[in-house]
Write a protein that binds this ligand. Sequence first.
Ligand code: ADP
Ligand code: MG
Length: 349
Amino acid sequence: MFEDKNQQRTSLSEFGEFRLIEHLTQYFPVKHKTTTKGVGDDAAVLSSSEDETVITTDLLVEGVHFDLSYMPLKHLGYKAVMVNISDVYAMNASAEQITVSIAVSNRFSLEAIEELYAGIQLACETYGIDLIGGDTSSSTKGMIISITAIGKAAKESIVYRDGAKPTDLIVVSGDLGGAYLGFQVLEREKQVFEVNPNNQPDLSNYSYIIERQLKPEARKDIPELLKELDVKPTAMIDISDGLSSELFHIAKQSKVGCKVYEEKLPLDPQVISTCEEFQLDSTMVALSGGEDYELLFTISISDYDKIKGNPHFTVIGHITEENQGLHLVSRANQEIALKAQGWNAFSNE
Ligand code: ADP
Ligand code: MG
C-alpha cells in the first residue's frame, strides 16, 4: 500500500490509442455463446435468446467515488466491475458481458492502466464475464471509468424493487458495515502517512473490513442459491448506499413500510471491535455504511422454511403497511423512525 514509485513509466501518448486498446484487451477470451462479436469492430454483437436482457451502467469519478492514494489500480478495476454486476444480480439475473470506458489524464502511465485492466480481467475471469467493448479517451484531470453490464434472466424470474407486500420477511445476505469501516481505517492511515511517510501501518487487525472496502465481491451466488432453494424474492436491491437507504427504495416503490430489528443486524466481529475503537455505533454503521454490495430482499413468509438456518441469509425484519412507516426496533424494544441517510450523510459528519 501507498507505494507506486520508481516503477517503469511508459507515457500513454507515446503508446497510441489503437495499440493501447489492443494491448489492454488481449487477455479477455470470449466465454458466452451469446457474445457473437466482442472487442474489435465498430460495435459488439450479441445474439438474443428467449430471456429478458438486463442492462445497467455505473460511472466512477476519481476524487468522488475513489481515492487512488489508498486504492491500488488493480483493486479499482476489480471493484468497478463488482459495483456494476452487483446491480445485475440484484435483478435476480446472471451477468454475461461488460463494456468498459475510461478517460485518463497524462498523469497515468501505460503501466498504471495495465494494472487497472489486470483487476478488470480478474473480475471477468472469476465471474465469467465477457469484455465486449468500450471507449478510450484522454481527460484533462484525473480518471473516469464507466462500465455497462449486460445480463439475462427468464422473464418470470426477474425481481424488481416494487413487489414487497405486508408480512413479507426482509432478508440480507452476508454481513453489513464492513466496507464503511474499512474506509474509515484507510482514511486514518492516509492521514498518518501524510504526516510520516515512513510509517508502515499494521493493518492485520482490519484485514476483513479493508478487504470489504478494497476488494468487494458481488453476490453472484445468491440468485443461484435462491433458484436452488426455489425461492423467488418479492423485491430485491443491492446494498450500495447503505441498508437504510435501500429499505427506503423498496418501501417507496412497493408502497409499504417496514420494521427491522436492531438485534438481528448481521455484523462481523471485526466490525464490532472496530466500531468500539472508533467509538461508532455499530447499528448506525450497519444502517448507513455503504458499499457492502450484499443483497437485500423480501420473501413471502411461506418461503421462510426454505431459507431458515441458511448461513448466507439473515432475516432482519418484515414488511408492514405503508402508513406504518419505516422503523428500527431497538434492543430495548423501542421503535425508532429510520432515516434514508446513506454514505453521503455519513461522510458529511
Ligand atoms: P470507435 O472509433 O468506433 O469508437 P474505438 O477505436 O474506440 O472505435 O474502439 C475499437 C474497439 O475497441 C471497439 O470494439 C471498442 O468497443 C473497443 N474498445 C475501445 N476502448 C476500449 C476500452 N477501454 N476497453 C475495452 N474495449 C475498448
Ligand atoms: Mg471509441
